[in-house]
Design a protein around this ligand. Structure first.
Ligand code: DAK
Length: 258
């Protein structure tokens, strides 16, 4: 299938999704978000897809929601369409690992989209920001919540109230991104990381992701209990038996994703 705002490439068990509206710095419009939810739903149902990478261009991952598309909207339109919930949250709902590979600007909804992914690999030219305050609004796709959990209250307040941008070095220091790589190698590095994750047992990576996310959504004791149950449940999989046998027999595991 071809898409007008995305490039979708299949690399064995990894799907690379590139946001592709370079003339608008990949501003996120309805068309692009519709296409993104379709691709992610397909990835969810395709057993051979084990990891998804979401990336953009060298100048911009995404410079935010398309301001030209939303400028004249009214409150009730947003409310009735459930604008964010229906489309953008497809990333957040995806149960398989999703890596954001961010080069250039990740602003407003672009930064929020990156934060919905499981972790962010940043290029050295990346710039993150929630500049909505400059145009008279606030982050509306989870930015006030996710940014605060990721980098803490003080920095989140600084970013959201001033609208300033954070470069890749500060983003790594603050815990927003997991690693920084040269822009020239961003895609290759993200693919390498994705391929590494794709060698693991798929149900195990999905459950590991669910457990880490639980840390954000529950109190510590409930999160630890949840993790313990998931850990115990993994002993009902063939991949746990194979993984541990392979270690004892000093060979590589041959996971069947069961
Ligand atoms: N929307 C639409 N077009 C954009 C855009 C955007 N966010 N960002 C850039 N563009 C377009 C520019 O208009 C320009 O188009 P032409 O004039 O060539 O037609 C082209 O991309 C190149 O941009 P510039 O000429 O501005 O490029 P520069 O290098 O000079 O500047 C920049 C790059 C990234 C600093 C600048 O473009 C910029 O400040 N962009 C806007 C960044 C921004 O404010 N982002 C936040 C958007 S608001 C919701 C929840 C969430 C949201 C919405 C609703 N609900 C719950 C309902 C999210 C809101 C946002 O993200």
């Amino acid at each position: 299938m071809t898409y007008s705002s995305l490039i979708v490439e299949r690399l064995k068990n990894v799907v690379l999704i590139t946001l592709n509206r370079p003339d608008a710095l990949n501003a996120l419009n309805n068309q692009m978000m519709d296409e993104l939810s379709i691709v992610l739903n397909d990835c969810e149902t395709d057993d051979d897809v084990r990891v998804i990478i979401l990336t953009g261009g060298e100048k911009a991952f995404a410079a935010g929601a398309d301001i030209k598309e939303i400028a004249d909207k009214e409150y009730l339109e947003f409310y009735k369409d459930d604008f964010i919930e229906k489309k953008w949250e497809a990333v957040n709902r995806c149960r398989k690992p999703v890596i954001a590979a961010v080069g250039g600007y990740a602003l407003g909804g672009g930064c929020e989209l990156a934060m919905m992914c499981d972790f962010i690999i940043a290029a050295d030219n990346a710039k993150f920001g929630q500049p909505e305050i400059n145009i008279g609004v606030i982050p509306g796709a989870g930015g006030t919540q996710r940014l605060t959990r990721l980098i803490g209250k003080s920095k989140a307040m600084d970013m959201i109230l001033t609208g300033r941008m954070m470069d890749a070095e500060e983003a790594e220091r603050s815990g927003l991104v997991s690693r920084v790589v040269p822009i020239e190698t961003l895609k290759d590095e993200a693919i390498k990381v994705a391929e590494k994750i794709a060698t693991m047992s798929l149900p195990t990576t999905m459950l590991a992701k669910e457990c880490v996310n639980e840390a954000y959504e529950s109190a510590l004791d409930a999160g630890v209990r949840f993790e313990r149950r998931i850990f115990q449940s993994l002993f009902g999989t063939q991949d746990q038996k194979e993984g541990m046998s392979a270690f004892i027999e000093k060979r590589s595991a041959d996971f069947k994703h069961k």
